[in-house]
Design a protein around this ligand. Structure first.
Ligand SMILES: Nc1ncnc2c1ncn2[C@@H]1O[C@H](COP(=O)(O)OP(=O)(O)OP(=O)(O)O)[C@@H](O)[C@H]1O
Ligand SMILES: [Mg+2]
Length: 518
């Protein structure tokens, strides 16, 4: 889209000087089609990305997207256009969209225009910066290759995240992206120096409010900024809110030299908003109806999430995968920007194996012996091999039964099922509805547990004893599942109810194994 093209030459300095609004900067609405507004200017044509204001009280905000001819611009409204009519006066502010930055934005909640939406007065002593910036040049970037511990067993062991990297949580509707993201915020805030910025794009408004309240109760709001452009907002607003959040992140990195954790829920909604804007502007769609400029728009945003010598921006992004299809162009484009991808699987979710991480499909570029060390690498490889073997055997088990397997394969199946159970974890974020207390597990404990399971130390322990525990030392000898409300068996996938039981067999293969166990 043309709007992303204009940008200042330096990465962090303020926006380029713009002509201040003058009496000649007045135009009139020429046409309105939904969010798309054409404005006629007699004397002076506003620049691309300039903000225009109109409406009775100047409450309607329009961003210029294209200059159509010598006297017309076409823009997209970032606010609802109700009440707008042809002929209404429009003022060119001469300024791009701007975000407030400064110490006082911490612990506050903003919308795309940088207005406080937490029912408190607007923060004082802030500087306003253009949200349109270019990524830092190659010469200023830096990489560290340091692991970022999350306290979540499955992630730390199999998909170690990179400090200053970008991680994606891929999944279809209702497989646990938001829960996992919330859990990560919870786990990291306590023992981290730095600022966290949460950016909600096009998701439920309720979730934003809940998160704000949760963070406030947990006392972690003091290191956090929240920015929301949720699904009730017009597409233009959802399309720009990511840039608003990034501008704040860049301020903390470049001016305060602090490490930033940027959480985005959900980056797919950014692509979707771009698609809507593109459609409204009359551009021809590309594959599957996506905008032809998707890749440019996405890299414009993703490339700004970078590490420089001043500081690092670590980012974790939820990625909605339409129809659970990982080959969807949106998912594919996001994949290419990430250093770790955590794929959530509906099948695991339906078995109650939360976090429903598909352990074989998820990967991280940090999972190499040079970075995580030889022992960790070997453990991760052995877990993958065991799980892959179990996957291959599932069909045979379903058709012929476990008895037909060789003793070696039977052992592999028992090991794999215990590993799968051990890699589940009770979350703080789900305490209210699972009734099980959340657990944070250190990498050392996680590795130790996996190693001991791989060494068949727990082959006589019922697998349910490993389900929803923290460290392996919590295994109960009687195999009683953790306390909590009795979970319902055979939960439907994508249900928003409480976590179903993992111990309950839900596939023929699982049933066969469970039968064998008893
Ligand atoms: N770790 C977990 N433990 C127990 N239950 C979970 C867990 N993760 C997810 N769930 C269940 O799955 C439901 C949906 O999770 P969540 O809202 O995170 O999904 P989502 O992927 O963000 O969905 P959407 O795409 O609709 O935003 C939760 O309400 C909860 O019932
Ligand atoms: Mg969600």
């Amino acid at each position: 889209m043309a709007a992303t093209v204009r940008a200042p030459t330096a990465p962090s300095p303020a926006a380029p000087a713009r002509t201040p609004p003058s009496p000649t900067a007045q135009g009139a609405v020429a046409a309105i089609r939904g969010s798309v507004v054409d404005v006629r200017f007699e004397h002076h044509l506003p620049q691309i990305t300039s903000v225009l204001r109109t409406g009775i009280k100047g409450e309607i905000v329009i961003e210029v997207m294209t200059q159509m001819d010598a006297s017309h611009v076409r823009g997209i409204a970032l606010t609802p256009t109700q009440g707008l009519a042809r002929g209404m006066q429009v003022t060119d502010t001469g300024l791009p969209l701007r975000a407030p930055v400064g110490k006082n934005i911490i612990s506050r909640m903003f919308d795309v225009f940088g207005r406080a939406i937490d029912r408190l007065p607007d923060p004082e002593g802030v500087e306003w910066r253009s949200i349109h910036r270019v990524p830092p040049p190659l010469a200023e970037r830096s990489t560290k290759s340091e692991v970022f511990e999350t306290g979540i067993k499955a992630i730390d062991v199999l998909v170690p995240l990179e400090r200053g990297g970008k991680a994606g949580l891929f999944g279809g509707a209702g497989v646990g992206k938001t829960v996992l993201l919330t859990e990560m915020i919870h786990n990291m805030l306590g023992h981290r120096q730095g600022v966290s910025i949460f950016c909600g794009i096009g998701e439920r408004c309720r979730e934003g409010e809940e998160l704000y309240r949760d963070m406030k109760t947990a006392g972690v709001l003091k290191d956090m900024v929240m920015v929301f452009g949720q699904m009730n907002e017009p597409p233009g607003s959802r399309f720009r809110v990511g840039q608003t959040a990034l501008t704040m992140a860049e301020y903390f990195r470049d001016d305060e030299h602090r490490d930033v954790l940027l959480l985005i829920d959900n980056i797919f909604r950014f692509i979707q908003a771009g698609m809507e804007v593109s459609g409204l502007m009359g551009q021809m769609p590309s594959q599957l109806g996506y905008q032809p400029t998707m890749s440019t728009e996405l890299s414009g945003l993703e490339e700004r999430i970078a590490n420089t010598r001043a500081g690092a921006i670590t980012s974790i992004q939820a990625v909605y995968v339409p129809a659970d299809d990982l080959t969807d162009p949106a998912a594919v484009h996001v994949f290419s920007h990430l250093s770790a991808s955590i794929v959530l699987s509906r099948k695991r979710a339906s078995e109650g194996l939360y976090p429903a991480i598909d352990l074989l499909q998820s990967n991280s570029k940090m999972a190499t012996p040079g970075i995580v060390g030889d022992r960790h690498y070997q453990v991760a490889q052995r877990i993958r091999r065991t799980l892959a073997r179990y996957d291959e055997l599932k069909d045979v088990i379903a058709m012929l039964g476990l008895e037909q397997l060789s003793p070696e394969d039977r052992k592999a199946v028992a090991r794999a099922r215990r590993l799968e159970r051990f890699l589940t974890q009770p979350f703080y974020a789900t305490e209210q509805f699972t009734g099980i207390k959340g657990k944070l597990v250190s990498l050392a404990d996680s590795l130790d547990g996996c190693e001991r399971i791989l060494a068949d130390e727990f082959k006589d322990t019922p697998e349910s004893a490993l389900y929803m525990i923290g460290a392996i030392s919590e295994v109960k000898k009687d195999g009683a599942p953790p306390k909590g409300p009795a979970p319902a068996a055979g939960a439907t996938s994508g249900s928003k109810g409480p976590a179903p039981a993992a111990a309950a067999p839900s596939t023929p293969a699982a049933a066969a194994v469970a039968h064998h166990e008893s």
